[in-house]
Design a protein around this ligand. Structure first.
Ligand code: E4P
Length: 229
């Protein structure tokens, strides 16, 4: 599974970049809104520097195909050709995805709520497909089944597209997406924090440390090594 962070908060990206095996950072206009009216391109350039070879996914906002293509070009001009352009899979977006892929642009097809949207994005050559797990569940759509079907279609057609499962509200949803074969996931820092917040984890670490100290009367392995030199 590839792990990505769904935020443009610099502090959180720096923090989790040092902890997680991150391969990218994703964003959308609502995520950008949380940071306020920032100097967007300078901000995104800083994120690129922090994540190094990781991928940065930036979404268009234009509504027509022409507007989407113009947004995509502006993003590429400002941030470089390695950016993944996030395009919602509606009619205008799908037309744009086809054109972007003809030009060799990296594309993340987003706002996927149905199998058919995903099948079309795969056929159009999108690099990543972002099905919205929690939003689908809120609509009583079986998100796990959609991921399962998209993964099967990618395999069946020998496509190089990857399912980038997104829109998670809890770790159980991430686990389910992983079990269904999603190649990648993106989640907010809160979801990653949830992974490590189980009190039993720290309790186990504390107990191991106490047992060590009770046995050797030094705090850690290094201290024992030092004392035996
Ligand atoms: C990522 O590609 C999506 O834009 C994002 O995960 C949507 O998440 P939300 O449903 O929490 O807004």
């Amino acid at each position: 599974m590839e792990f990505m962070l769904d935020t443009i908060n610099i502090e959180k990206i720096r923090y989790y970049q040092s902890i997680l095996p991150l391969v990218g950072v994703t964003s959308n206009p609502s995520i950008i809104k949380k940071e306020g009216k920032i100097d967007l391109f300078a901000h995104l350039k800083e994120i690129k520097e922090i994540i190094g070879k990781g991928s940065l996914h930036v979404q268009v906002v234009g509504e027509t195909t022409e507007e989407i293509l113009a947004d995509a070009q502006a993003i590429l001009d400002q941030l470089g050709n390695d950016i993944f352009i996030k395009v919602p899979v509606n009619e205008a977006g799908l037309a744009a995805i086809k054109q972007l892929k003809e030009k060799g642009v990296n594309v993340t097809a987003t706002a996927i709520y149905s199998e058919m949207q995903g099948y079309l994005a795969i056929a159009a050559g999108a690099d990543y497909l972002a099905p919205y797990y929690n939003r689908m569940e809120n609509l009583n759509i079986d998100a796990a089944a959609i991921i399962d079907a998209l993964v099967a279609e990618i395999k069946r057609t020998h496509s190089s597209s990857k399912v980038l499962a997104a829109s998670f509200k809890n770790v159980a949803q991430v686990n389910q997406a992983c079990r269904k074969g999603a190649h990648s996931m993106t989640a907010s820092p809160d979801i990653f924090a949830q992974v490590f917040s189980m009190p039993s984890i720290q309790e186990a670490v504390t107990n191991f440390q106490k047992d060590w100290e009770g046995t050797f009367n030094v705090q850690n392995v290094k201290a024992l090594g030092d004392s035996e030199e």
